[in-house]
Design a protein around this ligand. Structure first.
Ligand code: GDP
Ligand code: IMO
Ligand code: MG
Length: 423
């Protein structure tokens, strides 16, 4: 069997959590392969709303196996809070969840370093989630990281060496901090972590495939936040694209099956960095309000704009997307017209291939399509789709050259329409 991958094609928050939950019944296991608690994946069902950060979004579907892969950076304290909140709502995940020993730990000082680096950047700050993601991945790549598997070794020595190094950096930055309380809670959380199944997840995942069980890999962030191909340096510190699934789970490229690329019917971004189709007018505000575009974890207002097909085509290419999933269509239900950016004008030149840099003056060139002006939130099948909505889908499929197989018309699990059901 293969690993199918579901990942974001924009700047994150496309609705990955919702769709992973919807697709989980088709799989034996769900696995996260990169990112950490910078993610906030929202699920809604039976009148309840849950936000997951490190725990995969397959956790609610009937005891399915969930894996936190080696490519993830894990903060034991935030993990404990997340797991305890689930337990309090009647979801004990201890039996279902497997954690890679090769996943790197986010230490208390990583969080402080994240803040210190951002402060040092001043107005050039990235607008990170402040969860220590960049510093933890930096330590991984510089071969100074602390891993989950170190819990089973001489942890105190390994931890003390990392902490001392971080303290020296913080001192050189003249950054004031006090981690006494945070560190005490963090160590309590480490003990909590030990009750979970800490495994060699590359063997585990490949073992599942060999024994005929399929796996859904859940991306975090989005392609435009990828460390290599995103709008650098305003990106996250991991490979969010499909290739990240191979390194983040230990799965060979030939064992990747379907690649589900997920996008919103429009576009959002949170934090700093270029965003060519961003709207600064009433239309942008309207999208933000109707789409409740506030961060799932941080509550930060998300910047809103029209769909960007130059960036989306790039994302489809980088990931080898085989099926598209369009989210939040309902947010555009009341619009007279809908715009889609098909090219950029940069320095007087029209560009359709995503360029090296989108910093500076980038003028989006739009195609305008008629809105459908119909409430789609209660629709159950594609047969009910208004003509203008079908035209929007066909236009996007033609541009992106990949079929849109799922359309989401609201936040609830049930507000999900699978297309081409006759096939
Ligand atoms: P993720 O990080 O990709 O999992 O996405 P987030 O959870 O951060 O953000 C998506 C937001 O949109 C959440 O609040 C979801 O409940 C909500 N959502 C998902 N799909 C839809 C949809 O089709 N329509 C509407 N209106 N909201 C949706
Ligand atoms: P999900 O998985 C949206 C953004 C931050 C910042 C940049 C770097 O919910 O889609 P980091 O803390 O990773 O160093 O921040 O990346 N960012 C996200 N934006 N959704 C996310 O995750 C994000 N995770 C990080 O806002 O601009
Ligand atoms: Mg999110």
């Amino acid at each position: 069997m293969k690993v199918d991958v579901l990942l974001g094609l924009q700047w994150g928050d496309e609705g990955k959590g919702k769709v992973v939950d919807v697709l989980t019944p088709n799989y034996s296991a769900v696995a996260r392969f990169q990112g950490g608690p910078n993610a906030g994946h929202t699920l809604e069902f039976e009148g309840q709303k849950y936000v997951l950060r490190s725990i995969p979004s397959g956790i609610f579907q009937g005891g399915k196996i969930n894996v936190i892969g080696n490519g993830v950076v894990l903060d034991p304290l935030l993990f404990k809070e997340e797991a305890e909140a689930l337990a309090a709502s009647g979801h004990d995940i201890t039996k279902q969840l497997y954690i890679s020993k090769k996943a790197h730990l986010i230490l208390p000082t990583h969080r402080i370093l994240d803040r210190a680096y951002e402060a040092a950047k001043g107005s050039g700050k990235i607008g990170t989630t402040g969860k220590g993601i960049g510093p933890a991945y930096t330590d991984k790549v510089s071969r100074n990281g602390v891993r989950v598997g170190d819990l089973l070794r001489d942890f105190d020595t390994i931890y003390a060496a990392a902490k001392a190094r971080h303290e020296a950096i913080l001192k050189s930055l003249n950054f004031e901090y006090d981690i006494t309380e945070l560190e005490a809670k963090w160590f309590e959380a480490l003990d909590y972590l030990k009750q979970f199944k800490l495994i060699d997840s590359e063997h585990f995942v490949n073992g599942l495939l060999k024994s005929g069980q399929n796996v859904l890999a859940e991306g975090a962030q989005g392609t435009m936040l990828d460390i290599d191909f995103g709008s650098y340096p305003f990106v996250t510190s991991s490979n969010t694209i499909c290739a990240g699934c191979c390194t983040g789970l230990g799965v060979a490229p030939r064992n990747i099956g379907e690649v589900f690329g997920i996008f919103k019917a429009y576009c959002t971004r949170v934090g700093s960095g270029p965003f060519p189709t961003e709207l600064f007018d009433e239309t942008g505000d309207k999208i933000g309000q109707l789409g409740h575009e506030f961060g799932a974890v941080t509550g930060r207002k998300r910047r809103c704009g029209w769909i960007d097909l130059v960036a989306l085509k790039y994302a489809v290419m980088l990931n080898g997307v085989t099926q598209l999933i369009m989210m939040k269509s309902d947010v555009l239900d009341t619009f007279e017209t809908i715009k889609a950016c098909v090219a950029y004008k940069i320095g007087g030149e029209e560009v359709t291939e995503f360029p090296y840099s989108i910093d500076g003056e980038v003028e989006p060139i739009y195609v305008e399509l008629p809105g459908w002006k119909t409430d789609m939130t209660k629709m159950k099948s594609e047969d009910e789709f208004p003509e203008e909505f079908n035209a929007y889908l066909s236009f996007l499929e033609e541009e992106l050259q990949v079929p849109i197989k799922i359309v989401s018309v609201g936040p609830d699990r049930q507000q999900t329409i699978i297309r081409y059901t006759e096939e």
